[in-house]
Design a protein. Structure first.
Length: 282
């Protein structure tokens, strides 16, 4: 009887030991998973910091490493206080730099690769150490953001996009109207440099003639763009400009036509702006 009791006790001891081992393994796996950091691509809105969503704000609060263009917090100084900040670059992980990139933003292939290597190492080290990383976009990352290639570069880390207000949203608000109301309900968004090629210009003109309102992002030379369009479009074609969209005390709006918009701006050199051409802004 004692021998049977001993064998049963040993059996139960073995079972308990195995269960404890499985439990420890499960806890270890959970702890390992929990220790991993998270990579975010965060929109802080266009313009003033208070255009940031609550979700973006909460994400930044739990973030340790910040990547931002230029490596300086700028207007986000309060929100990024105490964070480690690095330069996110401009189109850093894009395969090739655009031909129209301003000279001050251009880097040699060697300098680009050096920065990529530094960013890769910093991001991956932080994630492995259980720290959260945020790449900051001024505007929505999926509309006209220079950092969207981070999603591909670090796809294995399952990065999360925190959407937000783009310059397009802010500019529409500045204009005080919907782009999808009235007779015209077709809007085309593109970069201003697309008009620099014959093909791009033809596509833009054809879309405007068909009733589409064309919105050009990052237009830098108003006179040149209007001159290109004026060869193909009537002078009465409605035009609107929104510069510094989202900055409550700085944003500016001009309305006019292909024939008079340059004159209405006084010929001044404008910062990069959104240029609307078409019936939605008449």
């Amino acid at each position: 009887m004692n021998r049977i009791h001993f064998k049963l006790s040993a059996f139960f001891t073995l079972i308990v030991g195995l269960l404890a081992g499985f439990s420890a393994m499960a806890m270890s796996q959970t702890t390992s998973t929990a220790s991993q950091g998270q990579l975010y691509l965060v929109s802080v809105g266009s313009g003033d910091p208070d255009n940031m969503t609550l979700k973006a704000q909460k994400t930044l609060q739990k973030t340790d490493l910040i990547l931002i263009m230029g490596g300086k917090p700028g207007p986000l100084e309060n929100e990024l206080q105490g964070k480690v900040i690095m330069d996110a670059g401009h189109l850093l992980f894009r395969e090739a730099q655009p031909k129209n990139l301003p000279p001050k933003m251009r880097k040699s292939p060697e300098a680009l690769e050096s920065q990529r290597k530094k960013v890769r190492q910093a991001v991956r080290n932080a994630i492995e150490e259980g720290r959260n990383v945020a790449v900051i976009e001024h505007g929505d990352p999926t509309i006209f953001g220079p950092h969207i290639a981070y999603m591909t570069e670090f796809a294995d880390l399952d990065p999360i996009i925190i959407p937000g207000m783009s310059s397009f949203n802010a500019a529409n608000a500045a204009l005080g109207q919907s782009m999808m109301s009235g007779a015209n309900q077709t809007v085309s968004l593109t970069a201003a440099f697309q008009l620099h090629s014959d093909t791009g210009l033809k596509q833009a003109v054809d879309s405007i003639k068909s009733g589409t309102t064309l919105v050009l992002f990052m237009n830098r030379n108003l006179s040149d763009t209007i001159q290109r369009l004026a060869f193909e479009l009537p002078e009465t074609t409605p035009v609107a400009i929104v510069a510094l969209a989202g900055y409550e005390t700085k944003q500016r709006v001009w309305r006019g036509t292909i024939g008079n918009i340059v004159e209405r701006t006084g010929g001044e050199k404008l910062p990069a702006h959104l240029l609307y051409i078409g019936t939605s802004v008449q």
